[in-house]
Unconditional design. Structure first.
Length: 313
């Protein structure tokens, strides 16, 4: 219990520090959101009235306190560009981004884990060397270039795949998959390469330990050795890397959503930055921060489940 409390305190501290940095950065950036809303021809009286209405004429510590209270209650302010609550904009775009992230992580897990185990069992053989070479190339491929190649050579050749737009799951499951599968592969392929190498290394390290030789000497099948003992003990380093991959996937959807014109949080962030919509940018940055920190918190809790000794440290 104390381990979980310590991790939760660290989580809240991280979110608080990021919120302070985020708020402070947007206060020193050039540009006036009030002038953006009213235009260059607005008179000083209109500017002052709107500044007062938005609370921008108050001291910074009061503005920050109100913003933090809003974060705790889900009220993230109003978008300058869209003239609507930031919360509503995020809730409208989140299903697209979360669907993309979940599909991407599913692909990464389903492909990298079996391949890593297969390569570890066939160490230094042709299949292992071939997979290691392919994943080395996969790690070096930029996601935006990979996305364009998938559009040209897959999306343009097969009618099932949609290269832009989004079809909600409620409207058509097949339609949603047709719009998400190529973006998901764009993000997943480099992450598969990363996770494959860590899975392979972690399993090879376990297979060289004395307890594996002891289990084998008792006549246990290779399948049982791998799944009941080696994989379980290798899960902590694998879980560490997968946690980092989850965080990268959540943040990495920004570029891919632009490439495939997906109406998700990433595309919304680019629009907000282009229009100097600071309240919206702040809200999205905090969403990404909370998502990454919560993922790390869940990974820490899973550590303690896999290895109870961690709770005692």
């Amino acid at each position: 219990m104390m381990y979980m409390i310590r991790r939760f305190i660290l989580l809240m501290t991280t979110i608080l520090l990021v919120s302070m940095i985020t708020f402070g950065v947007f206060q020193i950036l050039p540009g006036d959101p009030v002038r953006t809303m009213l235009g260059t021809e607005a008179d000083p009286t209109q500017i002052e009235n709107l500044r007062s209405e938005l609370g921008l004429d108050r001291p910074l510590y009061e503005q920050y306190t109100d913003w933090i209270k809003g974060l705790l209650t889900g009220e993230l302010g109003h978008s300058i560009r869209f003239s609507m609550p930031v919360k509503d904009l995020l809730l409208d775009r989140l299903p697209v981004t979360m669907s993309l992230a979940v599909l991407t992580l599913t692909i990464v897990l389903m492909v990298s884990l079996p391949l890593g185990m297969f390569a570890a069992r066939r160490q230094n053989k042709l299949s292992d060397v071939s997979l290691s070479t392919l994943t080395q190339i996969g790690m070096a491929v930029p996601s935006f270039w990979l996305g364009m190649m998938l559009i040209l050579y897959v999306g343009m050749q097969f009618s099932f795949f949609k290269i832009s737009g989004y079809i909600p799951w409620s409207q058509s499951v097949a339609g949603a998959l047709s719009t998400l599968i190529l973006p998901a592969l764009t993000i997943a392929i480099p992450q598969i390469a990363v996770n494959f190498r860590y899975v392979r290394t972690a399993i090879l390290e376990q297979m060289q330990l004395d307890y594996v030789r002891t289990i084998r000497s008792k006549g246990m099948s290779e399948r049982n050795v791998m799944y009941k003992h080696v994989l379980k003990n290798a899960m902590i380093p694998i879980l560490t890397v997968f946690g980092l991959i989850m965080a990268e996937v959540v943040a990495g959807t920004i570029i891919v959503e632009q490439v495939f014109s997906l109406p998700g949080v990433g595309q919304l962030l680019i629009t907000a930055i282009s229009n100097r919509d600071f309240p919206l940018v702040q809200g999205i940055v905090m969403y990404i921060t909370v998502a990454v920190v919560v993922i790390n918190f869940i990974v820490d809790i899973l550590y303690s489940v896999l290895d109870p000794r961690i709770r005692l440290r």
